[in-house]
Design a protein around this ligand. Structure first.
Ligand code: ADP
Ligand code: MG
Length: 729
């Protein structure tokens, strides 16, 4: 790379090489995929306009010459961000040395001092060209070397006569192997000339934000003017940390495109039809009267929002967010009953068999007394049982069907599906969410086919126990409506969290013995090793054996992901019925299991778990009246991030606060699971730092959609360029 870099700066070659490459890139219309195109594609650049929006990471200041004396004294430059400076001097001598390794050493001087330029990769022609008396400009960082100040591998070129300095800072672009800055700059300059950068937005939309027009913003970012040294420094800093008004304009535009695209989906949904599930009175009120508890205010509010949506003649897509244990299930049951009350069916989908069974039990307990038949679709059913269940669903004899997502995939035909409920939606990343929705649509299609009389698709209620901070929610769930249950049912004793070093394991085992002797039950969750499922399993098996030996007289069970669904259901069932005292488990218990008598939880290797997972797991205890304890066993030494995570989980039990902390620790991409799906949601805007812009974009999008379809079309065309989804699944 260094050789190429030096070479590309040679006056003789710097023109020839990029020019050819540019021509190749310009031939993009043709079918031949050139190397340059492949490299550009790797940078996410597919259309020429993408080059306009390929924005610099940082800048180098070649607008000024620093004297050698100043440079040697560490006089850093304004725009470089590193300590790189530009010097200009006459070559005193040039020497190829061989010790300690082959290198070219060029000594230059100006009126203030002398400097060595040192190259380990060079062409003989370069050594010859850098002859005594030639004037060079070199850009790099000055280090104190053995013989005084030196620059290692500076970028340089030789001056032929008077040459003026550039007027703007030199952008340094994100690049990929084999694509040099010089070529990238050239391609971008050409794109900037080729595209008129007219604004997609009227001034009234962006001016109140204190940001410039689009063209001015793009220009300021690609070619920041170096005014005075001090001005340049400030400008470069704002540009570099992306808080400059020009950057805010680009981020706003990106967020606006996202909002527009998702709100268009939102509005399109409102143009489709769904059965109106009106309040017919009896059933939902009878369920509420029969419950052993009163709904919390938050549950009532969420239910009112859902009930209002269900009554509409377009499909509801509502996300019900609520911390673990906040009581989402009963709200879902009310929604299912509303469908039943209107002569429609409801499907309840859970991510695991265990959860599906639990839902089945709850729904059966609540709904059957009211005359609504509930059926459970499970992997452990015999073929005959399954066929009977499917027939009951198809004929409409069964009104509520519960099962895993997998079971609902293709085979289930409803007579008249009015509502699909998707539980523990947080288990799925953004990509899975979109896939799920497609599946929902397919279920919908199946339902719509059967209920052709109404020509409608079912409503959808999604539930998530991972609370998402408002800004994130506003961004990634902009196509949904969101209800939040922000209150736990009364009478819960808060879970006491303890951090205990793994060396004190025997004390922990003794605590379990005591708790179980008092009739309580305990979970012991084994290391959550993501990379190795088999290691995970082995640890669980070993731990189970050790605990069974250490706890004579207690019934110790083992549940893990490799068990068949029947076996797993049997173990979990045994634990729910109190026939097992201690349940050793891998993360299979992570979601939704509800065993109020379990009051003790031990999580091994807590230092390896993510915050959301720890919070979910801890939510399994503290469901009854007894005081519960969650012991986080950790193995030192703790990394900085593990220490931070454990501190958060130790100090807070509020799911929203934990989610905020998690987001701050991990960043939005990873938090949302975009990393796994490989789809970055946003290139420029940062959902944490740019909260106010998210808000502004949200409001602007609504206004534009209401009043200015031309602007909407222009803006989306620029930002999506033909792609119809902003979030690529
Ligand atoms: P999650 O929101 O995590 O799915 P669940 O729906 O499983 O929570 O509810 C947790 C427990 O709280 C269940 O045992 C449920 O019956 C109970 N519950 C729900 N709502 C209330 C309430 N308003 N008062 C008391 N207990 C409630
Ligand atoms: Mg739940």
């Amino acid at each position: 790379m260094t050789a190429a870099r030096v070479a590309s700066r040679k006056p003789s070659t710097s023109r020839a090489r990029p020019a050819k490459a540019v021509q190749r890139a310009d031939a993009s219309v043709g079918a031949r995929k050139t190397q340059v195109q492949t490299q550009l594609a790797r940078l996410g650049i597919r259309r020429s306009f993408d080059l306009v929006l390929h924005l610099p990471l940082r800048y180098e200041d070649e607008t000024r010459i620093t004297t050698i004396a100043e440079a040697s004294a560490g006089g850093g430059s304004a725009g470089s961000g590193s300590g790189a400076v530009q010097v200009e001097g006459r070559v005193i001598d040039t020497e190829v040395m061989y010790r300690p390794r082959r290198q070219l050493v060029v000594r230059i001087e100006d009126d203030t001092g002398m400097l060595h330029l040192r190259f380990f990769n060079f062409y003989p022609s370069q050594a010859r060209a850098l002859a005594e008396g030639v004037t060079v400009r070199a850009f790099g960082e000055v280090k104190g070397g053995f013989f005084g100040g030196e620059m290692i591998h500076p970028r340089f070129h030789m001056l032929r006569g008077a040459e003026s300095l550039p007027q703007s800072l030199t952008p340094v672009y994100p690049t990929t192997a084999g694509m040099g800055q010089a070529l990238l700059r050239k391609l971008i300059e050409r794109a900037l000339v080729a595209h008129p950068l007219e604004d997609t937005l009227p001034e009234r939309v962006y001016a109140p934000l204190g940001v410039p027009g689009f063209g001015a913003a793009v220009d300021a970012i690609h070619h920041p003017r170096a005014l005075s040294a001090a001005g340049a420094q400030r400008e470069a800093r704002l540009l570099q940390d992306r808080s400059h008004p020009a950057w805010r304009r680009i981020k706003f535009d990106e967020l606006l495109a996202q909002q527009l695209s998702m709100r268009i989906h939102y509005r399109q949904r409102r143009a489709r039809t769904a059965p109106s599930l009106a309040d017919r009175g009896a059933l939902t009120r009878r369920l509420q009267a029969a419950l052993p508890f009163r709904l919390t205010a938050a549950q009532q509010r969420a239910w009112a929002e859902i009930a209002r949506d269900l009554e509409a003649t377009h499909p509801m897509h509502r996300l019900l967010q609520g911390d673990v244990g906040s009581g989402k299930t009963v709200v879902a049951a009310l929604a299912a009953l509303r469908a039943v009350d209107n002569g429609f069916q409801a499907a309840v989908m859970a991510p695991t068999e265990i959860l599906a069974e639990q839902h089945y039990r709850k729904f059966h307990e609540w709904l059957s007394p009211l005359g609504a038949s509930v059926v459970w679709l499970t992997g452990s059913q015999t073929r005959v049982e399954r066929r009977a269940a499917l027939a009951a669903i198809a004929s409409g004899e069964t009104l509520v069907a519960v099962g895993t997502h997998a079971l609902f995939q293709d085979t289930v035909q409803f007579k008249a599906l009015g509502l699909a409920i998707v539980d523990e939606q947080h288990r799925f990343g953004v990509a899975q969410r979109l896939a799920l929705r497609k599946k929902g649509r397919r279920a919908a299609a199946a339902g719509a086919e059967a209920s052709a009389a109404s020509g409608a698709e079912p409503h959808q209620l999604m539930m998530s126990a991972t609370p998402i901070p408002r800004t994130l929610s506003m961004s990634v769930y902009a196509d949904l409506d969101v209800s939040v249950i922000d209150e736990l049912p009364p009478g819960r004793t808060p879970v006491v969290t303890k951090l205990i070093a793994d060396v004190r394991r025997t004390e922990v085992v003794a605590r379990i013995r005591d708790a179980c002797r008092e009739g309580r039950q305990a979970y012991w969750v084994c290391p959550l090793i993501e990379e190795s499922e088999s290691l995970d399993l082995q640890t669980a098996i070993d731990t189970h054996a050790a605990l069974a030996a250490d706890l004579p007289g207690l019934r110790v069970g083992l549940a893990h992901g490799r068990l068949g669904s029947a076996e797993k259901a049997e173990i979990m069932g045994g634990f729910m019925r109190g026939e097992i005292d201690v349940l050793v488990a891998t993360t299979v218990i992570e979601v939704g299991v509800d065993v109020p008598n379990a009051s003790l939880m031990v999580i091994e290797h807590a230092e390896r778990s993510g915050l959301a997972q720890l919070h979910q797991l801890r939510g399994r205890v503290g469901r009854g009246a007894a005081e519960s304890t969650c012991i986080l066993l950790y193995q030192g030494p703790l990394s900085q991030s593990a220490r931070q995570r454990l501190k958060v989980i130790y100090q807070s039990s509020d799911g929203f606060a934990i989610a905020e902390a998690d987001l701050a620790l991990r960043g939005p991409g990873e938090y949302l699971g975009a990393r796994q799906s490989g789809a970055p949601l946003l290139r420029f805007a940062d959902l944490l730092e740019d909260k106010s812009l998210v808000e502004a974009a949200h409001q602007a999008a609504e206004r534009l959609l209401d009043t200015d379809p031309d602007t909407v079309r222009r803006h989306l065309e620029r930002w999506l360029g033909g792609r119809d989804e902003f979030v690529k699944a």
